[in-house]
Ligand binder design. Structure first.
Ligand code: SF4
Length: 416
């Protein structure tokens, strides 16, 4: 997935906003255009993928994420046509995976058929049991969204469509790891991701600004991890299981952060406007970077976009921010320089390093995993340890048994 040659972009993820419209109105939503009903045209989809596939900038794998607004407000037929058009253009050797992020309220059996037919990765947003979900995830009339989202989740299970959930953690849910777990277990939810309510765009999170948010998230995650492992019924916690391969990667020392690499992530709105880097930048206003728009897929070539003033200035400043991270941060080897949108929102500049977001998403999980390993190293003899690591990730066990001196990779903080 790395660029095939130095300086040549490598497009790994395309985030498409088929419509900015959302059928609900979460209090923490940062999307400024969630009342706008514009739809992406099929021609825009075809033009976009024809240009990507014809370019030298595609890697061997491409993830296509349909997101931003509620994608299921468009009919099933929109995606059936779009997926077929992309498939007709796809080079045979390219592995392409579709993913969709939804609030689940509009799910029907027809959607499930589509997801199964195209092997679409499905993520459902729900913030836990009713009392926690309905704190912020509200209908347009200010009512509960819980029953309809839960009905969608139950339908996915009934139809055997694999899915994960993303839950935003707020003041109250941070105090309730057991209650969150009991909800997931009761609903047969096995794959979970957490986002702490953050400041993005115009939304300012009081929680993010709180002095003790890091301690509280750490306490939540540690307890949730412990209880979920004891239950044996949670298969994947993104903040832990997604971080493990980034810490244990003796056979692949390079870490890719698609949010800081020009064109690694291509974000396209319903009118064909293109941005890169963090997907949340698309739709935000900013005079210094031309609202983060590097061109329009209908009228501009990828090369034009690469040479646009917005792309050149963003690339320069984001790279300078990554360099600051590289020089100053002991977590750089598992993070790769963070999320530009959070640097800009929290610090006022891409040319910056630490954010509350990176403390929560990178530092806290890394610390918890390393501390767990230290406890294991202390408690186990070498054979037991190799077996235990083997359960975490096979590469780690190989490197331990082979004594290949990969300690630097096991310890992103570079501690002895
Ligand atoms: S953890 Fe934060 S400071 Fe460290 S590399 Fe990542 S974004 Fe930069």
């Amino acid at each position: 997935m790395h660029p095939s040659s130095p300086g040549v972009p490598s497009i790994g993820v395309v985030v498409l906003q088929p419509t900015p419209f959302c059928n609900i109105n979460c209090t923490y939503c940062y999307l400024p255009q969630r009342n706008v009903r514009t739809q992406m045209r099929q021609d825009t989809v075809r033009t976009l993928f024809a240009k990507i596939f014809a370019s030298r900038w595609r890697g061997e794998e491409l993830t296509v994420i349909w997101h931003a607004g509620e994608p299921l407000v468009l009919p099933v037929s929109f995606y059936a046509r779009a997926f077929a058009a992309i498939e007709a253009l796809r080079p045979a050797e390219l592995h392409l995976q579709h993913a969709i992020q939804t609030n689940g309220m509009l799910l029907t059996r027809e959607w499930c058929d589509l997801f199964r037919a195209w092997r679409v990765g499905v993520g459902v947003s729900i913030d836990g049991p009713r009392r926690l979900n309905d704190e912020h995830r509200l209908s347009r009339k200010g009512g509960s969204t819980f029953d309809r989202t839960l009905a969608g989740i139950r339908l996915l299970r009934e139809e055997r469509v694999p899915f994960h959930v993303i839950s935003v953690l707020t003041e109250r849910s941070l105090e309730a790891p057991r209650e969150m777990l009991e909800f997931y277990l009761a609903e047969g939810i096995e794959d979970v991701c957490f986002n702490v309510e953050e400041s993005e765009g115009d939304h300012r999170s009081g929680l993010f600004a709180a002095a003790d948010v890091q301690r509280r998230f750490r306490s939540f995650l540690a307890e949730f991890w412990k209880l979920s492992r004891q239950s044996g019924r949670i298969r994947f916690i993104r903040e832990i299981d997604g971080m493990l391969p980034r810490i244990f990667r003796p056979e692949d020392p390079g870490l890719r952060n698609v949010q800081v690499e020009p064109f690694a992530m291509l974000n396209v709105d319903c009118q064909g406007n293109v941005s890169s880097f963090s997907p949340e930048l698309l739709g935000l206003r900013n005079a210094a970077y031309a609202d983060f728009i590097i061109g329009n897929i209908e009228t501009d070539s990828l090369e034009d976009m690469r040479n646009s003033a917005a792309m050149l200035s963003m690339s320069r400043d984001i790279a300078a921010g990554v360099e600051r991270c590289r020089r100053s941060c002991e977590y750089f080897s598992v993070c790769g320089g963070g999320a530009p949108v959070n640097k800009l929102t929290e610090n006022g500049s891409f040319v910056s390093d630490r954010t509350a977001f990176c403390r929560l998403t990178q530092m806290v999980p890394t610390d918890l995993i390393l501390e767990a390993l230290e406890r294991m190293e202390h408690d186990l003899n070498n054979d037991d340890l190799a077996r235990a690591y083997g359960q975490l990730i096979p590469h780690a066990a190989r490197s331990l048994r082979g004594g290949s001196g990969e300690d630097g990779d096991r310890n992103p903080r570079g501690e002895a």
